[in-house]
Design a protein around this ligand. Structure first.
Ligand code: SF4
Length: 374
């Protein structure tokens, strides 16, 4: 189970020679959009107007862009707002406050996003790659391999559509504001580093350059691409880092998270600590609870030890009851084992929560809807 990963490349580029996703305004800075407008024979300020529609007013229908001259509207829309994805299916749960969308990209690749409304916030969980090359054996997405990296605009567009749904009152609870983004859908975000950083910038740039979200409300997850974690720490953007650790010892983590064969638990947790040191942002340690695999009391003690060796108060542990893949040997932990795991971590001084499993009845864990469809 653990011999192949040594060959995993650090950055999973899409196979060469494939058509690229259409260029969209969300791929570009405002200055680049102005240049693109001029190159298309349009006035530069039109780029700003159409950016206001996309990022600020969250308008989709060109007919509503009445400040754009009707003769130029079609050209502006085709230059800046080409279709990036089509909704194939939506499923809702939790009385309509969780909405999952399965998207088909321009080349037929399938990805998904999940919008979750809570009493105090609305969070969207987005994909950063079609498929994933990290091969975690308990994960539906990991079984299919990587199809390709998503573009910056494809990543951002999932959020803009979610923000629009919230603003329009399409999610149960009436009109509201999308406040949080988590990169925890399909893919390993740091394996598509450049496009993901472009997306983080676009999400946090003030409108109309971007969506104007707070960087503190953006969470980038990773299974532990150590050099990329360090690079992210040095970017100077205070996003929250979520490290999917899933095991505190190399022997088990080599099996559950194959990239561990390349970067050990010690190196990975050191990189997470570096992230905290550089940004001051508490790191979230994600730990999917798997029955009799990684949920034993001694592993809780070891996890506390591994984290405490690097200081106090710099992490929060999120235990995630595993969303089971049909036919898999990895199943969800018993409640009493999860409770004991929490008790031991807290006794070790580690702040810990069990994540609420929103959308359980609609296969909301990463990759599962696409796996069913595919
Ligand atoms: S758990 Fe995350 S990193 Fe691992 S295979 Fe699934 S999508 Fe990829």
């Amino acid at each position: 189970m653990s011999d192949a990963p040594k060959t995993l490349p650090l950055v999973m580029d899409a196979p060469r020679g494939r058509a690229k996703p259409p260029r969209h305004l969300a791929d570009l800075t405002l200055a680049e959009r102005q240049d693109a407008a001029k190159a298309a024979g349009l006035q530069g300020f039109r780029a700003k107007q159409i950016s206001v529609h996309y990022f600020e007013r969250l308008v989709h229908d060109p007919e509503q862009m009445t400040d754009l001259p009707s003769a130029q509207r079609a050209e502006l829309v085709s230059t800046f707002l080409p279709d990036l994805m089509t909704s194939l299916r939506t499923q809702s749960a939790d009385a309509g406050t969780t909405v999952k969308t399965l998207w088909k990209l321009f080349d037929g690749s399938l990805v998904e996003s999940v919008l979750m409304r809570y009493s105090d916030r609305a969070t969207i969980c987005i994909s950063s790659q079609a498929g994933c090359g990290m091969a975690c054996p308990f994960c539906a997405t990991g079984q299919g391999g990587l199809q390709r990296n998503m573009s910056t605009a494809e990543i951002v567009h999932q959020v803009v559509v979610g923000a629009r749904a919230m603003a329009n009152g399409d999610v149960a609870g009436g009109p509201g504001r999308l406040s949080n983004v988590v990169f925890m859908g399909m893919g390993e975000p740091l394996a598509n580093y450049r496009a993901v950083m472009g997306a983080v910038r676009r999400l946090t740039d003030p409108a109309p350059e971007g969506l104007g979200l707070s960087a503190r409300h953006v969470t980038v997850s990773t299974v532990g691409l150590v050099p990329r974690i360090k690079q992210l720490a040095d970017e100077g953007i205070p996003v929250t880092l979520a490290l999917s650790l899933h095991a505190p010892d190399d022997e088990l983590r080599n099996e559950l998270v194959p990239i561990n064969n390349r970067f050990s638990v010690a190196e990975t947790v050191d990189a997470a600590r570096y992230y905290f040191d550089q940004t001051g942002r508490r790191v979230s340690i994600e730990y999917a609870m798997m029955r009799d695999i990684n949920d034993q009391a001694h592993r809780a003690d070891l996890l506390a030890e591994v984290l405490n060796e690097r200081g106090r108060g710099w992490v929060h542990v999120n235990l995630i009851p595993l969303n089971e893949v049909r036919g898999s040997k990895y199943t969800r932990s018993r409640d009493e084992d999860m409770d004991e795991f929490v008790r031991r971590l807290e006794a070790g001084g580690i702040s810990t929560t069990i994540r609420d499993t929103r959308g359980d009845e609609i296969d909301a864990a990463c990759g599962q809807l696409a796996a069913v469809e595919g």
